[in-house]
Design a binder for this molecule. Structure first.
Ligand code: SAM
Length: 249
């Protein structure tokens, strides 16, 4: 990472109030590993230094808004891709025990190798689909937090994540701008799977000003055993919602 990238990272984290000075060498190493991984494996669409620093590193750190990730907690990162938001969060919050999950094996292998190289022993990557994990005894009702970034619409996230949380656990979903229709469907879906939308926090990504929304759903009671539905169904038929592109013309 060159000097401009480092300054951008400092500036973005500073605006968020996140202290990262001691972790800058690790972020530089992550940057290099991500670039090498991208050349080999085509992991992420973001390739420029500015995009990686701002839209992966700083953007992931915005999950720390509102202090929902304080203390020793077990955290599943659902649909982690190349390891986001897991890596930036794990670097600055070493008390969090992360389980980054993705259905694509090559991505999880990259995350596993990168975690080893960064010395992040509290990161335990897993290949799997949320629908299957949400039905397995090893993972259902287990986690203090589920974090997600750029994975699915809110009703789908509610159905995939709530089964994995313990009662009182929180889904922390980082999204772009959200329409009232998606939010309304998300509220209804959350209720259906045992949760409640507790926080809708719109904000701007530092420096670029891009619209973001942090949404927090709390699990209040057990998720009915029929959820999550089988693989692919939550996305194909989101609870209480027809995404705009699926509306008949
Ligand atoms: C757009 S990428 C986002 C990756 C990462 N969270 C980020 O912000 O860069 C979405 C990822 O979610 C994974 N994914 C989507 N649905 C999933 C599911 N049901 N179970 C596990 N992984 C899933 C995909 O394989 C993909 O890697």
């Amino acid at each position: 990472m060159n000097r401009d990238g480092l300054e951008l990272l400092r500036r973005g984290a500073g605006i968020l109030g996140v202290e990262i000075e001691a972790q800058l060498p690790a972020f530089e190493q992550l940057f290099t590993l991500l670039q090498e991984g991208n050349e080999r494996l085509n992991l992420t669409a973001l390739r420029t230094e500015e995009d990686i620093v701002l839209k992966h590193f700083v953007d992931s750190l915005t999950c720390l808004r509102g202090s929902y990730l304080e203390g020793p907690l077990t955290v599943m990162d659902l649909g982690t891709g190349a390891g986001f938001p897991t890596f930036p969060l794990a670097l600055v919050k070493p008390q969090l025990q992360f389980t980054p999950v993705d259905s694509i094996r090559k991505k999880v292998e990259f995350v596993r190798d990168t975690a080893v190289q960064l010395g992040l022993s509290q990161v335990t990557p897993l290949v799997g689909r949320a629908e299957a994990l949400g039905r397995s005894a090893d993972h259902r009702d287990r986690y203090d937090r589920v974090v997600v970034r750029a994975v699915a619409s809110l009703p789908v996230l509610a159905e995939l994540a709530l089964p994995l949380l313990r009662e009182g656990g929180l889904l922390v979903a980082q999204k772009g701008a959200i329409t009232p229709e998606e939010l309304n469907a998300g509220r209804r879906a959350a209720g259906e799977v045992g949760g409640k939308v507790q926080v809708v926090d719109p904000f701007e990504l530092p420096v670029s000003g891009d619209a973001r929304t942090l949404i927090v759903i709390e699990k209040l009671k057990p998720t009915p055993s029929k959820y999550p539905r089988r693989e692919g169904v939550p996305n194909a038929q989101p609870l209480f919602w027809t995404p705009p592109q699926k509306l008949a013309r």
